[in-house]
Design a protein around this ligand. Structure first.
Ligand code: HEC
Ligand code: HEC
Length: 176
């Protein structure tokens, strides 16, 4: 009966080895008796309950995605979310919110490179400079746009400086 094949059989040699070696080591190192079983166990039993089951089909994180997956993710997650957020902020100005609103009109020429075309902010204090320029939209950037995009991409951000792994300059050019 091949259906009764059990993967445990495959592991037997490892366990036997661990157990047979164990008594010899334990004389010298009595403080380590937990180690051999620990290496044998996790391969078989389900690990942490929360880790695996809920989202088995979920694609990789942004950092692991290839170009094709990133395009898809931008279209399915980033664009719809940001579109509704920008339209909530100002329906008139952002009536048509597109990939190009962030990426710039020449976005295919530059091969999706970001930042590309958005309002330049100084490297040192982007938020402060932005507030001086337009306090209202800066609040929207700090409170909504920055956190939401960073979370979608699974990257770290800092609302107080606007710098870090994902910051103002992930979208905005650096002012000279
Ligand atoms: C809200 C702004 C925003 C919108 C809208 C947006 N993107 Fe992006 N996109 C970004 C940012 C920021 C990055 C860079 C992310 C990072 O730090 O890696 C990026 C990166 C990408 C990349 C990866 C580039 C690379 O070199 O890996 C692709 C591809 C892409 N976007 C395609 C799209 C497409 C297609 C759309 C429309 C469906 C779109 N984006 C809409 C902000 C945006
Ligand atoms: C995910 C991309 C993204 C991030 C991150 C982001 N912005 Fe923006 N920002 C935009 C877009 C898109 C616009 C609207 C551009 C337009 O109206 O054409 C904008 C507009 C602005 C404007 C108005 C510019 C103008 O031309 O009038 C300022 C100021 C600004 N952002 C500041 C900031 C600051 C400060 C941060 C960091 C806290 C930040 N932004 C982070 C995408 C981003």
């Amino acid at each position: 009966m091949y259906i009764r094949y059990n993967p445990t059989v495959m592991r037997t040699p490892a366990i036997v080895l661990a157990l047979s070696v164990f008594p010899t080591i334990s004389c010298d190192k009595p403080s380590e008796p937990t180690q051999p079983p620990a290496t044998a166990e996790p391969t078989a039993e389900a690990p942490e309950p929360e880790a695996a089951p809920p989202e088995p089909e979920k694609p990789k994180t942004w950092a692991d995605m290839d170009r094709k997956q990133r395009k898809r993710f931008m279209g399915l997650e980033v664009l719809p979310k940001m579109k509704s957020m920008f339209q909530e902020y100002n329906a008139e100005t952002y009536g048509s919110f597109k990939c190009q609103t962030c990426h710039g009109n020449d976005w295919t020429d530059v091969d999706f490179k970001m930042p590309n075309d958005l309002y330049p902010l100084p490297a040192d204090n982007p938020i402060e400079a932005a507030r001086e320029y337009d306090a209202e939209i800066t609040e929207f950037m700090v409170e909504k746009v920055l956190p939401t995009t960073a979370e979608l991409l699974g990257e770290q951000y800092d609302k107080t400086t606007g710098k870090g792994e994902f910051g103002c300059h992930s979208c905005h050019l650096v002012a000279e």
